[in-house]
Design a protein around this ligand. Structure first.
Ligand SMILES: [Ca+2]
Ligand SMILES: [Ca+2]
Ligand SMILES: [Ca+2]
Length: 218
């Protein structure tokens, strides 16, 4: 049974991942959530190791095919992991059984947006991006957007199609000079540009969830 308010600070950082997938600002170089505990994320050693893994022709740059291929492989592995009854596709129950899939920040959206807005002003930041209400989606909405034939299951082709679309969008964001290749420098610059936003979101999600849990407990 999924408990909506079972967030702790470890969950908050996972939820940030979910929120950022929605915002389309997930970084290729960010550390996988499961390896994140105690780590810093960002394009450190782990990030560059990941870069090399994706760069299959080893030319020091990523092309769109390398990125979509890596995303499809990842989607396949994830499907296998989440598919608890091993029937080859993911039901809504299986989807929400994962912490990231089950995360629902929609009812806190206004509070989180307000918090990021305040923080941006407080810090005088020009780079922090303020999310919009549309960036927050319910687990059902996220599930439905992947279940394109609406049969209540996410199968491998649907999971891969979603992963391909996401990777393509990410590629376009990363490829700042639009030469159809993503360099390490472009990834670093992108990370620099978004780390303020990422930090602000993490802080505000944690703060908002803690506030709500505290007031629920009174
Ligand atoms: Ca390459
Ligand atoms: Ca389906
Ligand atoms: Ca480029």
């Amino acid at each position: 049974m999924f408990k909506k308010l079972s967030f702790d600070s470890a969950t908050a950082s996972l939820v940030v991942g979910a929120a950022f997938v929605i915002m389309g600002t997930t970084l290729l170089v960010s550390t996988p959530a499961h390896a994140k505990a105690g780590g810093h994320g960002g394009p450190g050693k782990g990030g560059m190791h990941k870069f090399m893994k994706v760069d299959t022709n080893q030319d020091g740059m990523l092309d769109l095919t390398e990125m979509t291929t890596a995303a499809q492989l990842k989607a396949e592995k994830k499907l296998e992991r989440v598919d608890a009854d091993d029937n080859g596709s993911v039901s809504f129950e299986e989807y929400t059984a994962t912490r990231r899939g089950g995360a629902d920040l929609t009812e806190y959206a206004e509070d989180i947006i307000q918090c990021v807005t305040d923080l941006k002003e407080e810090l005088g930041s020009t780079t922090i991006q303020i999310p919009s209400v549309d960036d927050f989606k319910t687990p059902q909405a996220r599930f439905d957007s992947k279940d394109t034939n609406s049969d209540g299951m996410i199968d491998l082709s649907e999971a891969q199609a979603a992963a391909t679309a996401k990777a393509t969008e990410k590629f376009e964001k990363l490829d700042a000079d639009e030469d159809e290749l993503v360099t390490k420098t472009e990834i670093r610059d992108h990370h620099q540009q978004f780390k303020g936003t990422k930090r602000a979101m993490k802080h505000c999600i944690k703060e908002t969830l803690n506030d709500n849990i505290m007031s629920d407990g009174l």
